[in-house]
Design a protein around this ligand. Structure first.
Ligand code: ACO
Length: 427
């Protein structure tokens, strides 16, 4: 039963139509009955960049952009970041509820025991140039995984889907760490099953001559929090890509390579890298007013600010600021933090940013933390992709099992040449 209705009168025909309103939306397909005459295709909506179109129903992540609220499966992200580790959170996102003790132990065991990649993956990655961009390597390697699991395209089989979900979550840190080691010319480090998800990631990144690597607990915890904050964010650009590509029933590795590619762009997950470049260019707090003026003149953006959905402080940015303090207590303070804090202060008092409701987003502070941990800027999008793998897969699974979903195929308004004939050949 619909909550209310919308009545539309078409002044071309003087006919009236009553459309149900459900969940604050009308169904675009209901507009199709509105025709100027029998040959008319029917009314469509025009929504470039999908600014006002719900493409799915979803039970995973709730965002209230005006109030700055983010919830996974109903739990506020602030509480989850405080009480869960990343794999527990991944279970919640994928299976709708927090695991009990046994479920968590089984889930952790399963993911931990799929962290190794086939040796040929290692060989494949060695073929990249020594200075290849880590995210390029990551995207290509995730796509290559599909060739190792030919069953993965049986996407309607729940057991096969679950096997790929475990594999992908388990293997993305391994691939990510290999991209970093490759750039450094360091040997690849195999996963250590005794360590936590984030502890093992630090091991694969930073282990040098140690027989057994012991991760710094504060950094391991900070990474857990950062991963939790990045795990899902409903229908963003890369998730939309995951769903759209997956809707053709391709295997999840291929779909996820596409999602990771969407994340790579500087307007999305590549923004954290751009923030660092911007802060380095500003170089000194004294240069901030001039930089802000250039942004206001339209000569560039204040990277890490603004969001399609949040018109308030991004709740993830608030938590990340706290994590930064924990990390800097171990690594020493990153001098770029002072520039970032001052930049935020000045921007939030400036009419340009106030009137457009531009606040810091998750990427504004994450890069500073990753840099303090010793990561190069080019690794930042990869650091985003590791935890977002969970969100992509949960959304993919939801899409596959949603009886209302079909292959994604939007319409267009054709504005090109009307039909015309090729000129006759001369002679
Ligand atoms: N700096 C300066 N001005 C900005 C910024 C910014 N970071 N973001 C938006 N604006 C301005 C726009 O120029 C526009 O101004 P106008 O009305 O005078 O034309 C107005 O604010 C509205 O911005 P839109 O671009 O229409 O907003 P949209 O929802 O399309 O874009 C986006 C959102 C892409 C995130 C944008 O804010 C942006 O480019 N931010 C910088 C990149 C960034 O940090 N991306 C990470 C987002 S979080 C994530 O993906 C994980």
């Amino acid at each position: 039963m619909s909550e209310s209705t919308l009545t539309i009168t078409d002044n071309r025909t003087e006919k009236s139509y009553t459309l149900p309103i459900e969940n604050g939306t009308v169904r675009a397909m209901d507009l199709r009955q509105i025709k100027s005459d029998a040959d008319d295709f029917g009314l469509m909506t025009y929504d470039p960049a999908l600014m006002n179109t719900a493409s799915t129903k979803s039970a995973i992540t709730f965002i209230d952009g005006d109030k700055g609220i983010l919830e996974y499966r109903g739990y506020p992200v602030e509480q989850l970041a405080e009480r869960c580790d990343f794999l527990e959170l991944a279970y919640l996102i994928l299976f709708s509820d927090l695991p009990d003790k046994q479920q968590l132990a089984a889930w952790t065991y399963d993911v931990t025991h799929h962290t190794f990649v086939h040796e040929n993956i290692k060989t494949l990655m060695q073929a990249f140039r020594y200075d290849a961009r880590p995210m390029g390597m990551f995207i290509s390697t995730v796509a290559a995984l599909s060739s190792f699991y030919p069953d993965a395209n049986k996407v309607s089989d729940a057991d096969i889907r679950l096997a790929q979900i475990k594999r992908l979550i388990a293997k993305v840190p391994t691939i990510a760490a290999y991209t970093y080691r490759h750039n450094r010319g360091l040997r690849y480090i195999y996963p250590d099953n005794d360590l936590s998800y984030t502890g093992n990631f630090l091991n694969m990144m930073f282990k040098m001559t140690d027989v057994k690597y012991t991760p710094n607990q504060a950094l391991e915890h900070a990474l857990d929090v950062l991963f939790i904050l990045h795990a899902d964010h409903e229908q963003n650009c890369s998730t939309n890509a995951m769903r759209a590509i997956g809707s053709s029933c391709v295997d999840p590795y291929s779909a996820m390579a596409g999602a990771a590619a969407a994340l790579y762009g500087p307007l999305h997950g590549g923004a954290n890298e751009e923030v660092l470049k911007m802060l380095s260019r500003i170089d000194d707090t004294r240069n901030i007013p001039e930089f802000i003026q250039r942004v206001k003149n339209g000569e560039g953006k204040l990277m890490g600010f603004g969001h399609r959905v949040y018109k308030n402080y991004d709740p993830r940015a608030r938590i990340i600021k706290r994590v930064a303090d924990e990390v800097f207590a171990v690594t020493g303070r990153n001098r770029l933090l002072d520039i970032a804090l001052e930049l935020e202060r000045i921007a939030l008092e400036d009419e340009y940013f106030i009137s457009r409701k531009l606040y810091p987003n998750v990427d504004f502070y994450s890069g500073i933390i990753y840099q303090a941990m010793g990561l190069p800027e080019a690794m930042f999008p990869v650091m985003f992709a590791i935890p977002r793998t969970v969100g992509w897969l949960a959304q993919w699974q939801e899409m596959i099992t949603d009886p209302e979903q079909k292959i994604t195929r939007p319409r267009q308004i054709f504005v090109g040449q009307p039909r015309r004939e090729l000129p006759k050949k001369k002679g």
